[in-house]
Design a protein around this ligand. Sequence first.
Ligand code: ADP
Length: 777
Amino acid sequence: DVADLPGVPDWLPGHLRAEGIEELYPPQAEAVESGVTEGGNIVAAIPTASGKTLVAELAMLSAVARGGKALYIVPLRALASEKQAEFEQFEQYGLSVGVSTGNYESDGGWLGDKDIVVATSEKVDSLVRNDAPWLEDLTCVVSDEVHLVDDGQRGPTLEVTLAKLRRLNPDLQTVALSATIGNAEELAEWLDAELVDSDWRPIELQKGVHYGQALHLEDGSQQRLAVQNSEKPTAAVVRDTLQDDHGEDGEVTEEGGSTLVFVNSRRNAEAAAGRLASTVRPHLSGDEKGQLEGIAADIRDVSDTETSDDLADAVADGAAFHHAGLARGHRELVEQAFQDRLVKVVCATPTLAAGVNTPSRRVVVRDWRRYDGSAGGMAPLSVLEVHQMMGRAGRPGLDPYGEAVLVASSHDELDELFERYVWADPEPVRSKLAAEPALRTHILATVSSGFARSRTELLEFLEQTLYASQTDQGGRLERVVDDVLTYLERNGFLEVNAGELDATSLGHTVSRLYLDPMSAAEIVDGLEYWARHAGEPEASDEPVDATADGAFSTASELAEETEADPEDISALGLYHLVSRTPDMYQLYLRSGDREEYEMELYEREAELLGPTPSEFEDERFEDWLSALKTARLLEDWASEVDEETITERYGVGPGDIRGKVETAQWLLGAAESLAGEVDSDAARAISQARIRVEHGVREELVDLAGVRGVGRKRARRLFEAGIGDRAELRDAAKPVVLAALRGRRKTAENVLENAGHRNPSMEGVEPDPDVEVHEES
Ligand code: ADP
C-alpha cells in the first residue's frame, strides 16, 4: 500500500492516490523492500511499461526529503524533456527540477540550486570534465536504460560517468533501471546494488509470429485474420485490430484499437505509413476525420518540407510515421495523436521503442533485420531490442491484453522467429569500453580532470568500470591503455614522465570541449595545413624554380614561406574539415553520388584543408567524399538554399539538417578554441563560418539573422528592402520594416524590440507599398 512507504515525503501517498496508484506493482514493492527509499543501491531489471519510472521517483523523492539532491540520466536527448515534464508535477510540493542537454562546455552552475536534475550521459560526462561543483552534492543518481552500456557508441560514456560520480561521492545512492537482460546480476555486482529482476507485467503480453493469414501466439493458440484480397500481412493485422469484437448477441465486447509497426529504416516507415493510410481511412468516423485534418494542418505548420507534407497526408487518414529524422514538433504531434487514439497506426523505426511512452493494442515487428555498416549488410536485431518493441503492446486499463508479432514469409521462417525471438532470452550486456575510440576520449578526460595523475591511478580507476568486472583476459586492459597513452602523447594531448600523467593545455581544452581527441588532431592538422598552403598558386606539375645547386623546389614548398591569409579560408573548407572528424555523423554516398562528388572534389580541391587521399586508399577516399557531401549540405544551408531543396538534394529529413547544423556549430566553436590554442590565424574565418551555419545565411546577413525572431528568410527580405544590419534595422522607417515582414505587425514589433528599438509599436503604421516582397523562392 502506498501509505506504508518508509522514507518518502509525507505528501507522496496522497499524490499517488490522486494519480490512481493505490498499491505498488510487485517489482516496485520489491525495490522498496530492498531499500530504494532508504538510500540503497538498486538495479531494477523489469520489462517495458512495468513502472520503472515510479521506482526512480521513489528513490529521488526520498533522497530529496533527506536533504539531498538527485540526478536522473536519460539515454536520449529526446527523452529529457519528457522526463522533465513528468518530474515537474512535484514542483507543487516545493521541489525544483532542472534539465540540462546540449551545450557541452559549461558547468551548468544554475543547476546547483535544483533538487532534481535531468541530463543525458554525455552532458553529465561534460559536467564532470568542467568540474561542476554541485556534482559533489549529489546524493542519488538514477540511470535509465542502463543496459545501453552495451552500445558501442555511447555505452562507454555512461559506464565511465557512473564510475566517476561514484568516485566523487562514495556514499552516492545508485539506482539503475534496465530492460530485462541476460546478466542483470553482473550489473548489480558492478554497482554494489541489490537486484530486482522480474518479468512481471501489469498487462499480459502474448508474443508470436504472423504467418499465413493467422497470428501464431506463444501459448499455442492461433488467431485467424479475415484477409482481404492481396492484402499484405501488416495491413491485415492493422485492419483486424481496428475492428470491434462482438459477442454472440452482437454487442461490442471489445473496441477496436491501434497498432504500432516497427520497420528498419526511415524510408520504410514513411512508405508503410502511406500504404496503411488507405487501410485505416474507411474506419474513421466523421468527427475523427475533422480532428485529424486539424492535426495535419498543425504538422504542415511545423516545417515546409516534403516530409512534413507526407506526414500530414498520412495523419489526415489516421496513420503516421515516426523516426529520428522528424522535427521535434512533428514527433510531439504524432505521439499525442496516437495517445488520443486518433491516429490508429504508427510506423516507427526503433527509436520509439527506446522509451517514448506510447503503448498500443498490438505491435507488429515487421523487419527483424536492418542495415548495419559494421557488418557490411543486413544484420538481425538483438532479442533485447525486439522484446523492447514488443513490450509496447497492451495499454493498461484499456486493453485486456497486448499482442506483439513478428512477420514470417515461410513456414521455416515461422519456426526460426519463434526460436530466435519469441522463446529466446535477451542477450547479456557487455561493456564496450575497451574499444579504442572510447578509451581515447575517456582516458584523456580522466587525466585532464584530475581523476588519475599516474598510469597506476588510471588503471585503478578503470578497475571500477563494468569492463574490468567483466573481463577475464588479464592484461588486455593494460595493453590498450598503453596504446592509447602513446597516441595521446604523440598528438600533444598528454605528457608522460616516469608514469606520471599530465594533460597539456591543448589536452585540457580538448577534454573540456568534449571532442574526441582524434577530431581535435584532425582539426589541428587541417589548420596547420592551411597555414602552410594558403596563398599558394594553383597546383602545377611544373617545377617553378631552380635553386643554385640545381635542385627544384615546387610551388608548394615556395608557398610554405608565404604568410597565410585569413580571407583565403573558404567556408566549404572548414565545413569539410569538421565533417571528416569522427564526431560528425557523415551523410552516406548513395549510388551515383560517387561520380558527382568526385567531380565536385576536383573542382574545389584547393579549398579543402588537407591533402586528398589517393583513390587507391579506398576507405579513406570514400570518407573524404562523404565529408564533402556533408560539407556541401552545410554550405547550401549557409547559402540560404531552402530546406525542401536540401532534403531532396541530399536525401535527408528536416530533422537531419538540424542535426548536422548543430553538430557543425559545436565543432566549429571547438575549432575556434583550438585555433587559439595553436596560434592559428583562422579563428575569425571559423567564427564567420560558424555563425553562417547557425543561422543558415550568407555572409552579408550574419548580423541581421542574429536578431532574435529574424531568422534566415526574414533577414533576406529585410536586406532586400535595403536594411543591412542590426543598427540599420533600428533606424529604418517603420513602413519599410513592416512591408519587408509582409505586413505582420506583431512580428515587426517583436523584431524591432529585439533589435533594441526604443519604441517598437506598429500602431497606425502602414506597409510601404514601394517595398517589393518576394514570396518564398
Ligand atoms: P516504464 O518506465 O517501466 O516503461 P512507466 O513507468 O512509464 O513504465 O509506467 C507505465 C505506466 O504505469 C504509467 O502510466 C504509470 O503511471 C503506471 N503505473 C506505474 N506504477 C503503477 C502502479 N503501482 N499502479 C498503477 N499504475 C502504475
